[in-house]
Design a protein around this ligand. Structure first.
Ligand code: MN
Length: 492
């Protein structure tokens, strides 16, 4: 396991703590505690993530240049170029917004907040990791701030930092950031869903225990080494999923999932087979993210089964390494590649990142070229996970992500096929608009529906995503079949 550096500070780290303590002397946080509590908490988070010593030291010092009399020059003298570089990066980003303002000087053309934030962050990926640790601790102590600030920070975290953690496959961080924020953005809903999950878990506890026993017996018989644990869905991801499924909790099959962690990939498939021999798998619910990883590199086998007492349970099967990477993502691969990465940083290059994170080095090169004043064709920049995405809102403020080029019907079908099928019009940012209008970043989209509306084949021209196209053709096929079997009077 990682994070074993806890409690054993090197002399350099001790020195950094001294320097930070002295610099923040007399300052206090909104919580009333001495300010140093915050950088020390950030340090602890970075240690838990298994980050290297330079990052940890920069974490201790991250607020000194911005908030105290300590200068970057002094940090450079005492701690060297690397640390100064990291602290400077975090300072420039003291808020996402000031980072973006900075970027306006050389990147006025794009309004894509993600792109702007990332390029601002892009000098060294460790800057981003310190920033995420900083944000996490600020959220953990958000209750000390006035309500309007709480909401603003929470919303920004939901929009920018939690998705960022997701893109970096830092699953644990994503869940904590999202749930902490959602509690402030929509407290009533948060409580409601939390209770819903607890209630469900209580009702399922007995049969889960039984399933655990059955699995244990079967795996022991096959002499497979494994770890089994339950995972409860996070509040915010349940909220998002319910929005997709018309608020129907019965359509959410992964409220509780059982995780089986084994030693190697062969065992993953063996376990899948064993589970399917014990229970009936649900059609279309077997997902092989080992053969085809998710965009962020996530790997696992998922299957949803129906147990003997008619309970629906999702299983997630993965190796130790896949599990580590799913929980800690970029930080995990950073840890495993620490030596290599540190060498490459010195050369100003990142190599040996997992393929799915190569966009990071591409981003860094782009950021460097922009700062040198060189022209960059943003269309050529394949920030595969960000540049092709837009984030739009429902009138209630839920964020829906869509590919660039998406139109209102894509949005409607993403919400729910029932909504898609009955679209009669759309309001974008409060104004009536056309169904062939391309949606833009941060649009507020309100779909108007009518019970009497039916899906039309002419809609294919007004649809961009494959997802919506599939749903539409599915619906049209179903209707054709109906028409064929009934009389012809319904024909168009
Ligand atoms: Mn801070």
């Amino acid at each position: 396991m990682v994070g074993q550096k806890l409690g054993k500070d090197s002399d350099r780290v001790k020195r950094a703590i001294e320097v930070a303590k002295k610099a923040h002397e007399g300052q206090s946080r909104k919580t009333g505690e001495p300010y140093i509590v915050h950088p020390l908490a950030v340090k602890k988070i970075l240690e838990e993530w298994g980050m290297d010593e330079d990052t940890i030291i920069a974490g201790v010092l991250h607020d000194t240049v911005e908030d105290t009399d300590l200068t970057l020059e002094e940090i450079r003298k005492e701690f060297g170029e690397q640390i100064a570089f990291l602290v400077d990066g975090v300072t420039k980003l003291s808020t996402a917004r000031s980072g973006m303002r900075d970027i306006d000087t050389y990147l006025p053309a794009t309004k894509d907040n993600f792109l702007r934030l990332l390029i601002a962050l892009g000098d060294d990926i460790r800057v981003l990791i310190i920033k995420l640790a900083d944000r996490l601790h600020n959220l953990r102590t958000l209750s000390a701030l006035p309500p309007d600030k709480q909401k603003k920070i929470a919303r920004e975290t939901l929009e920018v930092f939690a998705p960022l953690a997701d893109r970096l496959n830092m699953g644990q961080l994503r869940v904590e950031l999202a749930d902490l924020s959602f509690k402030y953005v929509n407290p009533r809903r948060f409580e409601e869903l939390k209770n819903m999950i607890e209630k469900y878990y209580k009702s399922a506890e007995k049969s889960l225990k039984k399933i655990e026993n059955e699995i244990t017996t079967a795996l022991k018989k096959e002499k497979i080494k494994y770890k089994l644990s339950g995972r409860v869905k996070s509040v915010y991801s349940l909220h998002k999923k319910l929005a997709k499924h018309n608020q129907n909790i019965n359509e959410i099959y992964d409220l509780v999932a059982l995780r089986i962690i084994v030693n190697d990939v062969t065992d993953c498939y063996l376990v899948l087979g064993i589970i399917h021999s014990l229970y009936t798998p649900m059609e279309g619910r077997i997902k092989d993210y080992i053969a085809i990883p998710k965009q962020n590199g996530y790997q696992s086998l998922h299957t949803t089964v129906i147990t003997k007492d008619k309970r629906v349970v999702e299983f997630q099967i993965r190796t130790n390494e896949m599990h580590e990477y799913a929980e800690r993502g970029l930080a995990a691969s950073f840890y495993y590649n620490e030596q290599k990465l540190t060498e490459n940083y010195k050369k100003g290059k990142i190599e040996h990142l997992p393929t799915n994170l190569l966009w990071i080095s591409e981003l860094q090169m782009t950021a460097a070229r922009l700062r040198e004043g060189k022209k960059v064709d943003l269309k050529k920049l394949k920030l595969n996970l960000f540049a092709d995405k837009i984030f739009v809102y429902t009138p209630k403020g839920d964020i829906i992500d869509l590919p660039k080029g998406a139109m209102p019907l894509d949005f409607a079908y993403k919400l729910h096929s029932e909504i898609g099928d009955h679209v009669v019009g759309v309001k974008i940012n409060g104004k009536m608009s056309n169904l062939n209008k391309r949606l833009e970043q941060n649009d507020i989209v309100e779909i108007l529906t009518s019970k009497n509306q039916t899906p039309k084949s002419s809609w294919f021209d007004k649809i961009f995503t494959r997802h919506a196209k599939q749903k539409l053709s599915h619906r049209l096929n179903a209707e054709n079949r109906l028409e064929e079997t009934s009389s012809k009077k319904h024909k168009k």
